[in-house]
Design a protein around this ligand. Sequence first.
Ligand SMILES: NC(=O)c1ccc[n+]([C@@H]2O[C@H](COP(=O)([O-])OP(=O)(O)OC[C@H]3O[C@@H](n4cnc5c(N)ncnc54)[C@H](OP(=O)(O)O)[C@@H]3O)[C@@H](O)[C@H]2O)c1
Length: 288
Amino acid sequence: MSRILVTGATGRLGQLIVERLVAQNRPVRILTRRPETARNLFGTTVQIAAGEFADRYSLDAAIRGVGRLLLLSPISERLAADQIAVANAAEAAGVQRIVKISGSDWTIDPPGVSISGDAHAAVEQHLRRLPIDSIFLRPNAWMQVSLANTIKHVLVGNPVTAANLDAGVGYIDARDIADVAVHLLLADRIADAATLNLTGPDVKTPRQIASLIATALGRRVAAIEKRPAIGPSDTDFEHRAVAQFATLIAAGRAAVTTDIVASILGRPPRSVEAFVSDYLAAEAALVG
Ligand SMILES: NC(=O)c1ccc[n+]([C@@H]2O[C@H](COP(=O)([O-])OP(=O)(O)OC[C@H]3O[C@@H](n4cnc5c(N)ncnc54)[C@H](OP(=O)(O)O)[C@@H]3O)[C@@H](O)[C@H]2O)c1
């Protein structure tokens, strides 16, 4: 099989994707600005291409000889420019397939509600015009990010807070996103330009999450309605994007589930209950 390039490989989701490809003995190359960190993470199981999105020379070198590409970059002002640069380098190198980690569906559609979603939409549009089979994964909010953060706060004695305690989220476990991404990177055929709205099995509200954590901990966990604090740091792209996510979630936009994970993987997606219980067990093991 031809080599697979993974961008964003040292990040939260990228690591899960690389681990899975390596476990299946697939030839993987990663692009990173931090080759030492990558070597510590992956040892000699992957080829490491030192470079960065804004440096076309390093991109061309990283993508040479690659057949399939996992495209991921962090939320930033440069998201669209960086991902379009990778896509153009991929076209020049004759890459056959791109699996793009996009934004959550509710940040992209309708347009104009999320700066991050609009940036992802611009990349999707660009990819649709290229002669490369591309598929867009639009995962709902990840358990490992916002839900993990909520549990962490509760463990140090804080309540669950949200702008709307009754606005639920169809949280997805990042391991399921990684499983789907790997499946699509390796599949013989994919439907070109498909957009896949990936979610967990059900919608959970902050009130329900407080109650789940309370049951698992065997103590009361308060749930309090609170507007997100807007400070001076909220002027940068990432903070503005996150504030928009909070507004959309409070309006119920993330309260969505689909059966796409189950239809691709042939098993149900991992649940919030399982995530909370695994998270607390791992914390308890650390403590002692
Ligand atoms: N969290 C959610 O709920 C959620 C939901 C839907 C979609 N998403 C999407 O998921 C993506 C974020 O994924 P993540 O949280 O796994 O990312 P992350 O942990 O923030 O990791 C960022 C990765 O990007 C690489 N990177 C950053 N700048 C780079 C540059 N200039 N050149 C080359 N590589 C660069 C970093 O590599 P090095 O530092 O090693 O260079 C790192 O591997 C975003 O696009 C976001 O929209 C997230």
